[in-house]
Design a protein around this ligand. Structure first.
Ligand SMILES: O=C(O)CCC(=O)C(=O)O
Length: 367
């Protein structure tokens, strides 16, 4: 049974029609408007505000609904959540997995202690995020240093942060559970049956996540339907619906990566990426469009429009899963040593995608 929730979950049909109306109004506004640019911008802001407000009132509400896994069927999941692009917390989604009872430091070290893994290391927990480099007085899109180490060394670094400076996060997003950690596959479900039936396909990727409580995944969105399962500890998500796009600022940043040059001394290193570029290639690494605002400490002086956004927060505890629909913005934190597995299912490039692209184009055209 759907638990009472402070969210109005409307049918896919009414949601799509509401979105249609908004888009039609926006198009008419552009076509018919004889206003000058500043009046136009002001008018657009009002229209964007009603888009966010109506999305909140008719659809997303102010908190994430929840359902027990025993009450989920593929049809209910599809009707109430997938087609409505509505996040939902699924209680007890993975308590039946052997991993739920088994996965801890001792198990990993016994089973995989000598196995090499690639760990993302940053000085401050922010991998794939915008950072200011005081040496060059520039902001960069900074990726983590990727270091190969054994599983045992990784857990030791988590246990003894004083001796291992930097924030360690095992977070390769390349289906690493299947590709790199097949030893763990017997402890989980290879796919989520009710989700696979609803999506009509098996997952494109199954990822393993484990790391430091200081590790933060900065705000971004993915072209995947995401079933995010927490095995131990908890994850805290800050979410924005795609209709908040007008308030979420993007800029383009030159790419760089952290490098620990001496014990505990990290630099932001644009050169670090050079080996990725073929020597005789004319191809240069392009600037990366990334979200400038940190929802934990928004700089409203620089990004005042973010005040209009409607963040939703949800904690995913051990044994539970979050359905995070495609194109939702998300920012993620975790408890120390949190272990999680997520399933990325390919999204449908359907009319919702087309509307979202249209909204993105509108937002860029008034900037
Ligand atoms: O768990 C995290 O740190 C990030 C998860 C995420 O961004 C994703 O599943 O798309």
């Amino acid at each position: 049974m759907l638990q009472p929730a402070c969210v109005y979950v409307s049918s896919a049909v009414s949601q799509t029609s509401a979105l249609c109306c908004c888009i039609i109004i926006l198009s008419l506004f552009f076509k018919k408007s004889n206003l000058n640019k500043s009046q136009n911008l002001y008018g657009m802001e009002e229209i964007f505000k009603s888009l966010s407000e109506e999305a909140r009132e008719f659809q997303y509400g102010i908190c994430i609904p929840e359902i027990n896994v025993n009450d989920i069927t593929p049809l209910k999941f599809y009707r109430s959540y997938v087609s409505a692009n509505q996040p939902v917390l699924i209680r007890n989604a993975c308590t039946h997995w052997p991993a739920f009872a088994k996965w801890n430091k001792d198990y990993f070290c016994t089973k995989l202690g000598e196995k090499k893994v690639i760990v993302a290391i940053t000085p401050n927990g922010y991998a794939d995020a915008v950072a200011f480099d005081s040496k060059t007085s520039r902001e960069y899109f900074v990726m983590p240093e990727e270091r190969s180490m054994t599983f045992a060394e990784f857990w030791l670094a988590l246990d003894q942060p004083d001796k291992h400076p930097g924030v360690y996060y095992l977070q390769r997003q390349n289906s690493n559970l299947i590709e790199e950690l097949p030893e763990l596959l017997q402890d989980i479900d290879r796919h989520i049956p009710w989700a696979t039936e609803a999506f009509g396909s098996t997952p494109d990727a199954v990822n393993f996540w484990a790391g430091d409580g200081r590790a933060v995944t900065s705000m971004h969105k993915d072209p995947y339907e995401n079933i995010y399962c927490v095995i131990s500890g908890h994850k805290d998500f800050i979410l924005h619906p795609p209709t908040d796009r007008p308030w979420i600022p993007y800029k383009r940043y030159p790419p760089a990566a952290y490098l620990e040059v001496s014990h505990g001394n990290f630099v932001i290193n644009p050169q670090n990426l050079e080996p990725l570029i073929e020597k005789d290639s004319e191809h240069k690494l392009e600037d990366v469009p990334w979200i400038c605002v940190d929802p934990l400490a928004p700089d409203f002086k620089r990004y005042s429009s973010y005040r209009n956004a409607s963040p939703l927060q949800v904690r995913v505890n051990a044994g539970d899963a979050l359905f995070l629909p495609s194109l939702w913005y998300h920012h993620v934190r975790q408890s120390h040593g949190c272990i999680a597995v997520n399933y990325w299912y390919d999204m449908q490039y359907d009319i919702k995608y087309v509307y979202h692209k249209f909204l993105e184009a509108l937002v860029s055209s008034v900037k």
